[in-house]
Design a protein. Sequence first.
Length: 471
Amino acid sequence: MAGATGTGKTISLLVLAEGFSRLGVPVFMADVKGDVAGLAMAGVVNEKIKQRVAEIGIEGYAPEASPVLFWDLYGKAGHPVRTTVSEMGPTLLGRILELNDTQTGVIEIAFKLADDRGLLLLDLDDLRALLGFVADNRKGISSQYGLVSAQSVAAIQRALLSLEREGAEAFFGEPALELNDLMRTDLSGRGIVNILAADQLILKPRLYSSFLLWLLSELFEHLPEVGDLEKPKLVFFFDEAHLLFDDAPPALRQRVEQVVRIIRSKGVGVYFCSQFPDDVPNEILGQLGNRIQHALRAYTPRDQKAVRTAAETFVANPKLDVAEVISQLGVGEALVSTLQEKGVPMPVERALICPPRCRMGAVTPEERAQVRGRSPVGQKYDTRVNRESAYEILSRRTTSAEASKAQPPEAPANQQPEGGGQWGDLLWGTKRRQGLVEAMAKQAARTVGSEVGRQILRGVLGSILGGSRRR
């Protein structure tokens, strides 16, 4: 889905989300501007909406709300969304921290070390403690796992500090998000629309794009193969999709392409939303079957190139000059091409977008709190859990080691007083030679012992020989 600002892309998103929800399909989407949250409230019918409904010929149109769950990485405008450092993995974490190849290699070594030593990496405290341990023991770790330099560890620690200032500390921890909680239906069988509050998150493009990519990767890795379902198990909307690919390394692009190619067999539908169709790389754009193109204004060379790209991505319609029509579309109009039976794309058609049944605007803080208060997952995620992990284990080891160093060693029983220089050695001796004090003490002991011995011997002999001869 593409189109210039103000041409109706958000309205198309709302209509699609409502339609999937009515079919019993859960939806996940980011709310960048705050107006997607209007899905939680019933809309109001005005004259323009009545006119559009009559023009299209919609039967049974009536305002209604959709079942909604609000989520927020910062835990303010919705339930906290968390994952553990281990689940994020070294590759995505390296991208979030904007590390080079060498520094990412150090992160991979740290993760391997944690696995080998049974250290849980749950939050950023754990990662920071592990990096400190790697820095203190880098010589031994380098010999076993590969070279670890103090400069690389320091660079990672600085990047970690910068990430914490952006608020990422709230994203890592437990309880971690369970994918099943994104694929819920309400009691009437309607799919729940999961809305991620992203008005603040979008100001941190690295964190925003990495979170969405992580979520898509989790769906890809953990959902079973289901083949070609009649309807998807979950529909995923990437708003501001260009942020996923800006400055992304080739390996990451390849990963996204792989996921997009295969995730349909897992029962997940993916929609990319951006201003220009060429914001999405060609190798990924070629995998997308449904296309909704809103108006583009060809005022600049960049706009003209985008118009040509959009025209080339549609199946040609002899009755329609796509390149010309794109710049003539009004608000709420779009060029549409979807997959028909057997996966064959239909020729492009000019279409009117029907009005959504929800509110076309933001919700108030009181309305958001009301929706959040009746959520079925609030008790599960709203309270943070901090169990024993790498930080606690390594801190305890460090404390024990420092206590052992601080405790003075026990003095041996025969420890001699400290002397000074040659006179000390002469008086008290050395390890190889006894001193005067020790020699005199031994001689005195022998003398006393001999005298006492002689007295005892005389006494014993005297009693045997009959005592004294004196009368």
